[in-house]
Design a protein around this ligand. Sequence first.
Ligand SMILES: Cc1ncc(COP(=O)(O)O)c(C=O)c1O
Length: 404
Amino acid sequence: MTDSTLAYEQQLDAQYVMQTFKRKPVEFVRGEGMRLYDDAGREYLDFIAGIGVASAGHAHPLVTAALQAQAAKLLNVSNYYYVEGRGELARTLNDLLNSESDSTTVWRTFFTNSGAESVEGAIKLARRYGKKHLGGAVGIVAAQRSFHGRTLAALAATGQPSKQEAFEPLPAGFTHVPLNDLAALQTALSAGEICAVLLEPLQGEGGVWPCATEYLQAVRHLTTERGILLILDEVQTGFYRTGKPFAFQHFGIQPDIITLAKGIANGFPMGALVARDAVAAAFEPGDHGSTFAGGALAVAAANATQQALAELDAAAHVSKVGTYLQQQLAELPLVVEVRGCGLMVGAALSQPVAAQAVDAGLEQGLVLNNTDPATLRFLPPLVCTTTEIDLMIAKLTKILEKLS
Ligand SMILES: Cc1ncc(COP(=O)(O)O)c(C=O)c1O
């Protein structure tokens, strides 16, 4: 029988697993809604949700049932064939993307297995479009402090030199400008042959920094004027995380390409690259592919997750509870600024004690996260209630009082 204790897992991990993460000393073995349970049966309130993934809550019965039923039937047959439920899922994405406007845009999806893969696909699609329609332009302008993933092109798009330097040379053709600085963007667009601007509407890994409304609207205007593409990376903000199906819907604009993952299938690995019909047409058969992407199990999990989120009335729920979370965080000791939208919230601290707060939280049954030494980030499952926020705030108040 396998020994599932933390100590045994730590020993094997230290010996056989690549040490790319500094893991916290806990092994979660079960979850339910907002709660996680470790190997000793201790309960935790989860305010990070597998980095914004368990959108409908851990072990949601609809998702569990869909996965069990599909697992007993068929796992994967590749993209050579049709898959039950895949077209329906693509139609759901199309409908959600048009849901906050009277848009009749037809959105086409390429399913992927992760956020980085969605971004890689978006870069390829933008370049293919640039070669066909923009006189061969392949340059991409992205934002400083952005995060787009760990594969090479996604890393090249990421605006964080500290994550890039060890892996140079990276694919060429990426420039980075400060977020919310329109003049800098205009200069970058004039400097090279650019096919696309790539932005997170609300930067996540960089520390929860939103695009200003006027900025993103102006970027849309500029890109449309020049006939170049606007790619929005909604891997973290997508699927109701910010209180609308997608964050761009707060800005009254539409992108040309959108990248998705995390909350799409409640923890089952899946992502999606979605583009307006005319942009998607730049890809021809054979241009892009993946063995596992859009497989039957992922599709079943995603369809069930989307059903669960619709039943939760996720947009209204997240808006309400998210506002409450932001208000409560603003009252905490050491908190000097609260940034974000819906249930994607960053709390900036006046002292660099965020990592200590996360560690103290874990000891007291709270799963917390920090993006840098002075920023706590909250990405709870979207089923989070005000009662659970109160429980977390009571413990965090004491933790921050001690650290201040
Ligand atoms: C905005 C954004 N894009 C891309 C990624 C990469 O996603 P993945 O880790 O699934 O490859 C992330 C992950 O945090 C993200 O936040």
